[in-house]
Ligand binder design. Structure first.
Ligand code: ARG
Length: 235
């Protein structure tokens, strides 16, 4: 008995939004796996329960509605900690550093946002990448048509089929895509947004938050974090 309240007996229920490899995606057998999944499995083990994953749109995760309505105990979705999200969710200590990146089809001459004048740029709806791009376009008065896609798969498909000239998302996600589809896509530019991912719980769920932070600290101290990093992210 851990004393941590859970919405379902015997389970740690995780909200995520698929696909978001290498953080969460389905393997060939349909099982949800990835960096975030492996870390939250450690938390479930610590609590003596098993992790159950719920796939749900990112909007409901980042807005706090899924956690605050009791759909899940924890959100693990490659989610960046932001001041806005901190108003509605409580975040763990950061567990991953990320930046944004501009991906193009291999051979594209586009190297910068300015180089996208008169063209279409894809982003993922509700993400920090979308926010960053909309802000850049407004501030620099760029002549770019920003198109938002509902998930990463739709965004990557749009790029692969030339629906957009370029696409912005978190760098580790593009690195993973390039590993899985060699030669198709290249990272044309990076934007050092200095993002950090956190796991989130319902506001005030300090018992679960403290367990997550303890598990993360222990995993960093004993090498488990590095092993999981090597498995899912690489060198
Ligand atoms: N890191 C970005 C953000 O927080 C993108 C996260 C998208 N995650 C997902 N599982 N679809 O906005």
């Amino acid at each position: 008995e851990s004393g941590v309240p859970l919405i379902k007996t015997g389970a740690l229920t995780t909200c995520t939004h698929l696909p978001y490899a290498p953080f969460q995606s389905k393997d060939s057998s349909g099982k949800v796996v990835g960096f975030d999944v492996a870390l939250i499995d450690l938390v479930a083990t610590k609590l003596g329960v098993t992790q159950e994953i719920v796939d749900t749109p990112f909007e409901g995760i980042k807005s706090g509605s899924d956690l605050n309505s009791g759909k899940c105990d924890v959100a693990a979705a490659g989610m960046t900690i932001t001041d806005e999200r901190k108003q509605v969710l409580d975040f763990s200590e950061p567990y991953f550093d990320a930046t944004q990146a501009l991906a193009v089809l291999t051979g594209s001459p586009v190297k910068t946002l300015e180089g996208l004048a008169g063209k279409r740029l894809g982003v993922q709806g509700g993400t920090t990448g979308e926010d960053y791009i909309k802000k850049q376009v407004a501030e620099k008065k760029l002549d770019i048509e920003v198109v938002s896609y509902r998930d990463l798969a739709a965004l990557q498909q749009a790029l692969a089929t030339n629906q957009v000239e370029a696409a912005v998302n978190d760098l580790p996600v593009w690195n993973e895509y390039i590993k899985a589809n060699p030669g198709k896509v290249a990272v044309a530019a990076g934007f050092d947004t200095g993002e950090q991912y956190g796991f989130a719980v319902k506001k005030g769920n300090t018992a679960l938050l403290e367990t997550i932070d303890e598990v993360l600290a222990a995993a960093r101290a004993d090498g488990t974090y590095d092993k999981i990093y090597a498995t899912w992210i690489g060198e």
